[in-house]
Design a protein around this ligand. Structure first.
Ligand code: FAD
Length: 502
């Protein structure tokens, strides 16, 4: 009967979707996992799935004519970005008036394209940003579980300490020390033994061959090697790739999803409407919020919370690069694509900065230290749906980003004062020294306990659950995927125990 075998759809296959798929399948449920990007494991043989950062091709960008990398220029010259075929590649960009959100596209979502940095947030900060949850339970049960399932490991000390591929991070760490800043190692899901073999030339190179933002062909434990591999092995998960959910509407006690399936070149192969008893939204902060705001605007879902669309933030992401000077300022002609260390200047105040030392693998000695700074910005953004254009809008702008820039600038100026060197203004858009117009870490839009109940069930739509980064308000102080995974584990435990998915 329908009651004992609910028809369940999961929209999106990033961290939230992968956790939901595994835990539902293990509970004996059959699920459709609907993913608008490619199932890369099926699209191409191992070793030929993803394109290198320095040789982008049809597999790189999600329906763009040109790559659009965070560091756009070198010495003000436009030779980083390249023309690419318009196709269903792995890296997508959601563009708003003054904010570009980078996202992963494909089975595995952001895990395909991200840097694999797998950081457990500071407990004191989680207590501040998510007071609505039992934080103790996160640290005793769900964060350990997420770390273990994701295969998180500390970087190999010999690689950071000796490999020429990590000269960039050693140089930056020495400069941190000179300025009185603490350097921390950053855990990752990359297989460090594999990377060591790469450095010995014994296996095909991935991290050490400029692979990361368009996907890693080897070495990175993306979700297709962890949660999704386990979920698919149950035989209960039906993946529908290259299939986008374009609409969700209520029909009695159930929900109808409209879908559009395309070819890798974008030709529409078919459209369908399918009814489900339970729907799990895991399309990411932008994807989930857009589907819901559109449904609200069109009257497809009624009674949703007026908090929907609110509490968004870019996790304080601010990118900056320093041109180093003096004797010990080489960053290496070869660089690993996987970051391994960061500058930690975090005390939960609004001046807090966690600046990850980012590689810039262009094959030349650039004497440049790149940083992705995560900051504690007090501002939040709001998504709204414009019914005239049919597009979702976001009010984040440079003014809202300013506290993040100020905090990052203070740290960079102290590094420059202690070591020499200067912030580069020839790499970002419009000659900026500090990025305030893009993020890798979109958070919020459908905040837990505000637009949903405390387990992620959408207010006004029983049987619809939010399971992804949209649940977390604006910032976490660290890269978010470990916490997104742990929160999904928590919510799935509670929803299954309460019988909400039966
Ligand atoms: P996502 O992982 O974004 O998954 C959502 C999925 O839903 C996508 O596969 C998408 O194609 C699909 N989808 C969207 N809309 C629809 C629809 N309508 N129909 C069907 N499918 C849909 N985080 C870290 O912790 N560490 C890092 O080192 C790190 N580096 C990053 C580097 C880059 C370049 C990027 C882009 C991100 C990085 N992140 C990193 C962020 C991290 O990847 C995201 O926070 C995380 O993936 C979000 O998980 P999620 O489950 O919310 O959604």
């Amino acid at each position: 009967t329908a009651a004992s075998t609910p028809r369940i759809a999961i929209i999106g296959s990033g961290y939230g979707g992968a956790v939901a798929a595994l835990r539902l399948a293990q509970a004996g449920k059959q699920v459709d996992l609907i993913e608008m990007g490619q199932d890369w494991d099926k699209s191409a043989p191992e070793g030929a799935r993803f394109s290198r950062m320095d040789r982008p091709d049809a597999r790189s960008m999600w329906f763009e004519n040109r790559t659009d990398m965070p560091y756009t220029y070198l010495s003000g010259l436009d030779w980083i970005n390249r023309a690419v075929p318009y196709s269903a590649g792995a890296l997508g960009i959601e563009r708003f008036a003054a904010m570009k959100v980078y996202v992963g596209k494909g089975l595995g979502g952001g895990s395909l394209v991200n840097g694999g940095m797998a950081v457990t947030p500071r407990r004191s900060f989680v207590e501040k940003v998510m007071p609505q949850i039992d934080v103790n339970e996160m640290y005793t049960t769900y964060l350990p579980r997420a770390n273990s399932e994701l295969g998180v490991a500390q970087p190999a000390a010999d690689m950071i300490g000796n490999s020429p591929y990590y000269q960039f991070t050693r140089t930056a760490a020495a400069q941190n020390a000179k300025a009185g800043y603490q350097t921390v190692t950053v855990p990752n899901v990359y297989d460090w033994n594999y990377m060591r073999m790469e450095s010995f030339g014994r296996v095909p190179k991935s991290a050490l061959a400029s692979e990361v933002i368009f996907g890693n062909n080897y070495g990175k434990k993306s979700l297709t090697k962890t949660y999704l591999a386990k979920a698919l092995a149950t035989g209960r998960v039906n993946v529908k790739a290259l299939t986008e959910v374009t609409r969700i509407r209520r029909s009695g006690a159930a929900y109808v999803l409209s879908t559009k399936t395309i070819s890798a070149l974008g030709a529409v192969l078919n459209t369908a409407e399918t009814t489900y008893d339970k729907v799990i939204l895991a399309a990411g902060s932008v994807g989930t919020t857009r589907l819901l705001l559109k449904a609200q605007a069109n009257g497809d879902l009624t009674g949703l919370s007026d908090k929907l669309g609110k509490g968004w933030g870019p996790n304080g992401n601010t990118m900056v690069a320093r041109l180093l000077s003096g004797a010990n300022s080489t960053t290496g002609t070869v660089q690993s694509g996987i970051p391994a260390q960061g500058l930690m200047a975090w005390d939960d105040s609004e001046a807090s900065v966690f600046a990850e030392i980012a590689p810039f693998p262009v094959g030349l000695e650039t004497r440049t230290a790149g940083y992705l700074a995560l900051t504690n910005n007090p501002n939040t953004g709001t998504f709204t749906f414009n019914t005239t254009t049919g597009k979702m809008e976001l009010d984040w702008d440079a003014a809202k980003h300013a506290p993040s820039v100020a905090a990052t600038k203070a740290v960079m100026e102290r590094l420059n004062a202690a070591n020499g060197g200067a912030t580069r203004t020839d790499m970002l858009e419009n000659g900026k020294g500090y990025s305030d117009y893009f993020t890798y870490h979109p958070l919020g839009g459908c905040v837990l306990g505000q637009a949903t109940d405390l387990n992620g069930e959408l207010t006004g739509a029983p049987g619809v659950f939010v399971m992804d980064s949209s649940l977390i308000p604006a910032k976490l102080g660290v890269n978010p995927f470990v916490f997104i995974t742990a929160l999904a584990e928590r919510n799935m435990d509670k929803l299954l125990a309460a019988g909400r998915l039966a």
